[in-house]
Design a protein. Structure first.
Length: 339
């Protein structure tokens, strides 16, 4: 299954090579031109019936993770986070490190040995380490180098009522939908972009949008879903299983009202489950794309994901299908948005 392969392939920001190779193998039969730029973005062109307009679809390849910055005399690995990670959710979690995917466990001082103030505060990265079972520093250096990346070791699993549990659903779901979209014909030239380093500052998006200078862009993402235990309904950002989420505003983008309304109304008329993202926090590649050059009309579709930026997220298969269906409608009816 494509989504399983995408999620289980490690690709922390700046280390997207394995994910990039997997995607390249999938898209080669369907693209007219493919380039990999200086930062590692994949830009695949599907030529349209005419070249009057340029349409950009994007999703990011990278995932949150860690980078190794030190090795102690006893062989423990010191690390920094790559992307936004809550240290409270990573203790005792399994990781894989480097190209050899060396197994490790994120550890910290046992609760029995902690002082009261340590137990009552969020642990700092400097007090955590990765244990790879090494005897000492020399032994660890045979397996791991400084600058190696580490990703969560979480398997893809379907469970419950049409749910999926996996790491890197943010944003391998978007990548999967892009791969399917590339098989579809578009009236105008369609640039399908698999972007690098979103989690550390929307870096790939800045470069790709500057290169393409599209007339319109649509970003495919995952977004926070807060419909969980003890959360109040009025605080929900999105609800799992209630459809693809349309953004009208977040921390870095205000989507043109006609554009976001078109996405929402078009989905409703086509009986595609859809909802608005009701909070304005967070951000994604749209924040960089929409202010590129003279400005680019940019919209955002997201799949709700519980436990975002953690070792395992949870999504609904029906929401993924809704994103796929609305993305294809966007391609089919693009003239309504770029006239």
């Amino acid at each position: 299954m494509l989504l399983k392969k995408l999620c289980e392939t490690n690709g922390v920001s700046g280390d997207e090579g394995r994910v990039r190779r997997l995607i390249m193998d999938e898209i080669k039969p369907f693209a007219d031109e493919i380039i990999v730029d200086s930062i590692g973005n994949i830009i695949a062109l599907k030529k349209g019936e005419c070249s009057d307009k340029k349409v950009m679809l994007s999703a990011h390849m990278d995932e949150i993770g860690f980078i190794i910055k030190g090795i102690t005399d006893k062989g423990y690995l010191q690390f920094e986070t790559v992307g936004g990670i809550d240290t409270r959710v990573i203790i005792s979690k399994k990781v894989k490190i480097g190209e050899k995917e060396v197994p490790g466990i994120i550890g910290m001082k046992a609760i029995h040995l902690q002082k009261k103030e340590e137990r009552e505060t969020v642990p700092e990265i400097k007090n955590l380490y990765i244990d790879i079972g090494a005897k000492n520093k020399e032994d660890a250096e045979k397996k791991v180098e400084l600058g190696d990346y580490a990703a969560f070791d979480t398997g893809y699993q379907e469970f419950g009522n049409g749910k999926i549990k996996a790491k890197a659903l943010d944003d391998r779901i978007g990548c999967m939908v892009l791969i399917e979209a590339l098989k579809h014909k578009c009236k105008y030239d369609l640039y399908v972009c698999f972007l690098a380093q979103e989690e550390v500052g929307l870096r790939g998006a800045q470069i790709a949008s500057y290169r393409i200078k599209p007339d319109i862009a649509l970003v495919l993402e995952s977004t926070t879903c807060s419909d969980v235990f003890r959360s109040k309904e009025h605080e929900y950002s999105t609800v799992l299983g209630q459809g693809v989420a349309v953004t009208f505003m977040d921390r870095s983008t205000i989507v043109e009202r006609q554009y976001s309304k078109w996405l929402y109304d078009t989905a409703q008329k086509a009986n595609i489950p859809v909802q608005y993202k009701k909070t304005t926090m967070g951000g994604n590649d749209a924040g960089a794309i929409h202010i590129c050059g003279e400005g680019i009309k940019t919209g955002v579709l997201s799949v709700p994901c519980r436990y975002l930026h953690s070792p395992a997220g949870v999504v609904s298969k029906s929401d993924i299908k809704a994103m796929q269906d609305l993305t294809i409608l966007f391609i089919d009816r693009i003239e309504e948005l770029v006239q």
